[in-house]
Every structure is written in structure tokens, then in C-alpha cells.
Ligand binder design. Structure first.
Ligand SMILES: Cc1cc2nc3c(=O)[nH]c(=O)nc-3n(C[C@H](O)[C@H](O)[C@H](O)COP(=O)(O)OP(=O)(O)OC[C@H]3O[C@@H](n4cnc5c(N)ncnc54)[C@H](O)[C@@H]3O)c2cc1C
Length: 413
């Protein structure tokens, strides 16, 4: 567990303080919308993209809008872990904060929790909400912010929140004396390589736990594992997403993004598994694929920043460094990354916790940094165990037709 900060300075956030949020992806936007509605803060939001173009379908976890400790803990995969890691008063504190979220924002969160929606809809809806609220405006800057820019814009007492995603702007700057890109502040575990395959289907199709098995029966090597219970039918079209595990060599030989035609020409075995799966969907529901497959090749990494705040700079006592006098936080993919379609919810959860800390204006800064570090560490434990469990279950699933291979994976003691 990270060591507590050595700072004993009973400083609190300055009244009328400025908060700089760098990165207006889903997490930066949610944080901005949460902070915008807090009295006495002036929020500045920086983003390098000019429009929101990411159309992949995502779903938010129900725990984000939980209103009791019990509903927060309800999860088929890791409900027990949540109970083991978080004490009820901690969960209760998070729920109390959710209840203070303004209704315009809570309505959006509840809506996204009901089903699937494109990532860029979440981004646009948050961005529009921020712009619509005329009572407190957010100063928005369209620019690529460098680490040097970020440091230069800080005045003592400002807060800086890095929401720049997996290639975080400041993650490796949070440790005094560390090299810029040496990864000293990142712990990374590569779980596997995968293709994320998405297709549209012209009939209603719901996938359940049995369907993922039956539709893969003849797929000995490559199995398409759909997001069970998370196919989305919009009244006209079903959106289906899933993962095929590939080797490191396959990964190296593929471009970053491609379609079904490229797959059939270059990796016929993977394509055959995919086509068998789709043929079985068609047999049952008599529909057709709309358009082509959309395929992205990704390494599935679990990672965390070992330090998610600037508390080491404060503890080092180098008062001439901007991070010693202004608290810096990482949020979203900057702080923790996880595969298997759970990252945005985790990022939103951390954003809510951070906003809840910033709302406590009399909280000493050192304590705020320590509490955020501890919370993120607990979220890391949760997502680490959850991801390992998912990976383990996937591994077992992939060897179901081969009892000896299956037994090899069942480590009991
Ligand atoms: C193929 C694929 C499928 C996925 N599917 C799911 C899913 O189903 N469910 C799920 O929960 N998650 C999913 N994820 C992960 C999810 O997209 C991320 O967890 C989420 O986008 C992280 O949000 P974020 O705001 O932390 O970072 P990002 O979305 O990466 O946003 C960072 C923002 O910061 C901006 N930025 C970066 N650097 C700078 C800079 N120097 N100056 C100014 N602006 C900057 C970027 O332009 C961007 O807008 C998927 C990811 C991939 C790749």
C-alpha cells in the first residue's frame, strides 16, 4: 500500500480556487460537471480534440447510481470483494455524495446505466450540459497541453487534475527525481492480446451465458466471447461486441484497426470462428449483418499509477516546484486502466470520489491527497481481482472442449 504523506501542513483548498481539468474525455467531463456545480470554484477545462468521434458502444455499471450500500455491493462477479475491501461507512459516504449530485447530471448517469450507448454520446451529452449551465461557466481551452504548460499555469493553491487517459500527461511527473518517460510511476500487467470485434445485426439478438458456449462449439482455437447480457437492441438493430483472444505474434502481424474482409484474407482461422458464431445467430433469428465487422486489436493491460497525487512533491519539501504547492490528481485512465469493458465506470467512480473530497473545503490538503491515494488503491484492488477472475473464467471457457487442458488450469492449492 502507498505510504502516507509526510506533510503536516494544515492547508486547505483556497477559497475561490481554480481547478484545471486537463482532458475532456468522459472522466474529465464528468469531473468538470460535478465541480462546476460547487460554489466557490472556478473550473478550467482543456481539450485537444475538436470533436467527439468515438462511436464504440459502452455501458455504465449500476453501482454508479446505487442509492444504498447493498445495491452498491451487488455484482455477480465481485460483490464479495467489494464487501471485503470497502467498509460500509466508506460506501455510505460515496452514496451520500451521489445524492448531492444535481438532478440534470444524475438523470444522464441513470439513463446511461440502463443500456448501451456510444461513447461519443456520453461525451457530447456531458459537454452540452456543461455549456448549458449558465449559472456557473467553465472556461474551456482547445489546445494540446504539455506537462510544462500544465506546470506553468499553476498558481499556488490551484488544483490540477490530469484526465488525459492511458497515455497520461503527468503520471510519470508525480515522482520527484524520476525520468520523464521511464514508467517509474506505472505498474503494468499484460493479461493478453485481443481483438475487440463489433458488428451490427438487423434483428433482435440477446446473448446469454449458454449462447456463448453453443455458438463456439466448433471453434477449437479462436472463440468469440460476446459481452453476455450486454448486446444492445435499439428497436431496429442489435449492437454486438466481444473479444477474441489472439497470440502476441498475431497481434504483431495485424494493423491497429481493420474489417472482416481483411480478417478473412489474412487470418482465415479467426474469421472462420467469427463467421461460425454469426451463422448460428442467423440460424436462430433469421437476420443479416448490417455493414461489415469493425475490428480493433488491443493489448489487454491492467495498470495503475503507483502515486495518483502529488503528495511525494509535498513531502519532498521542494517548495519551488509547482506540484509542491498545488495538489495534482490523476483520474480515469490516467490513474488506473483495466480491460473487459469496465474502465469508464471505474473512472466515473473515482471522479465522484475526488469531487466529494474537493467539496469538503475545510479538509486539510495532506489528508485529501492521502484519502484519494487510499481510495484509488482500494479501487485498484477491486479491479485487479475482478479482471483476474474474468481472465481466469475466460481461460477455462476456452478449454471447455479439452478436459486435460481444462484440468491444467484448475489450480486448487
Ligand atoms: C476498443 C475499446 C473499447 C472499449 N470499450 C469499453 C467499454 O465497453 N466500456 C468501458 O467502460 N470502457 C471501454 N473502453 C475504455 C474506455 O474507452 C476508457 O476507459 C475511457 O475512454 C477513459 O476515459 P478517460 O476520460 O479517462 O480518458 P480518455 O477517454 O482517453 O480521454 C482523455 C481525453 O484527454 C484528451 N487529451 C489527452 N492528452 C491531452 C493533452 N496533452 N492536452 C489536451 N487534451 C488531452 C484526449 O483528447 C481525450 O479527450 C474501451 C476502450 C477501447 C480502446
Amino acid at each position: 500500500m502507498p505510504a502516507p504523506s509526510g506533510s503536516r501542513t494544515p492547508e486547505t483548498l483556497s477559497p475561490g480556487g481554480r481547478v484545471h481539468v486537463v482532458g475532456a474525455g468522459p472522466v474529465g467531463l464528468l469531473l468538470t460537471a460535478l465541480l462546476q456545480s460547487m460554489e466557490g470554484l472556478s473550473v478550467r477545462l482543456y481539450e485537444k480534440r475538436h470533436e467527439y468521434t468515438r462511436t464504440r458502444m459502452v455501458q455504465l455499471s449500476p453501482y454508479l447510481v446505487a442509492d444504498t450500500v447493498e445495491t452498491y455491493r451487488t455484482d455477480a462477479i465481485d460483490g464479495d470483494s467489494v464487501e471485503a475491501i470497502f467498509d460500509p461507512p466508506e460506501i455510505g459516504e460515496g452514496i451520500a455524495f451521489r445524492q448531492s449530485i444535481p438532478s440534470d447530471l444524475m438523470t444522464l448517469l441513470r439513463g446511461w446505466g440502463l443500456g448501451f450507448c456510444p461513447l461519443n454520446s456520453i461525451e457530447r451529452e456531458l459537454s452540452d450540459l456543461i455549456d448549458r449551465r449558465t449559472s456557473t461557466t467553465v472556461e474551456r481551452t482547445a489546445a494540446v497541453v504539455s506537462a510544462e504548460d500544465a506546470m506553468a499555469m499553476l498558481e499556488p493553491g490551484d488544483v490540477l487534475i490530469d484526465c488525459t487517459g492511458s497515455r497520461s500527461l503527468l503520471r510519470d511527473r508525480l515522482v520527484p527525481g524520476a525520468g520523464e518517460d521511464d514508467g517509474a510511476n506505472t505498474l503494468k500487467i499484460r493479461l493478453e492480446y485481443a481483438l475487440v470485434i463489433t458488428f451490427l445485426y438487423g434483428e433482435q439478438y440477446d446473448c446469454n451465458e449458454f449462447c456463448k458456449y453453443h455458438k463456439n462449439i466448433e471453434n477449437a482455437t479462436y472463440k468469440f466471447i460476446p459481452m453476455v447480457h450486454r448486446t444492445h437492441y435499439d428497436g431496429r438493430i442489435s449492437h454486438v461486441s466481444g473479444i477474441v483472444n489472439i497470440s502476441a505474434e498475431d497481434y504483431e502481424a495485424m494493423p491497429g484497426r481493420f474489417d472482416g474482409e481483411w480478417l478473412r484474407g489474412n487470418f482465415p482461422d479467426v474469421a472462420q470462428s467469427m463467421d461460425r458464431f454469426i451463422d448460428k445467430v442467423k440460424e436462430e433469428t433469421h437476420g443479416e449483418i448490417v455493414g461489415d465487422l469493425e475490428i480493433v486489436r488491443i493489448p489487454l493491460d491492467l495498470y495503475r499509477a503507483r502515486n495518483v497525487t502529488s503528495r511525494r512533491w509535498r513531502a519532498a519539501g521542494q517548495s519551488d516546484h509547482p506540484f509542491a504547492s498545488s495538489p495534482v490528481f490523476l483520474a480515469g485512465d490516467s490513474a488506473i486502466g483495466s480491460p473487459y469493458f469496465q474502465s469508464i465506470s471505474l473512472g466515473f467512480e473515482c471522479a465522484m470520489y475526488l469531487a466529494g473530497l474537493i467539496a469538503q473545503r475545510d479538509l486539510p490538503l495532506g489528508e485529501m491527497l492521502d484519502r484519494y491515494e487510499l481510495h484509488i488503491y482500494k479501487q485498484w484492488l477491486r479491479v485487479y481481482m475482478r479482471s483476474k477472475m474474468i481472465k481466469h473464467n475466460k481461460d477455462l471457457f476456452e478449454t471447455l472442449d479439452d478436459p486435460m487442458a481444462l484440468l491444467e488450469r484448475l489450480h486448487i492449492y
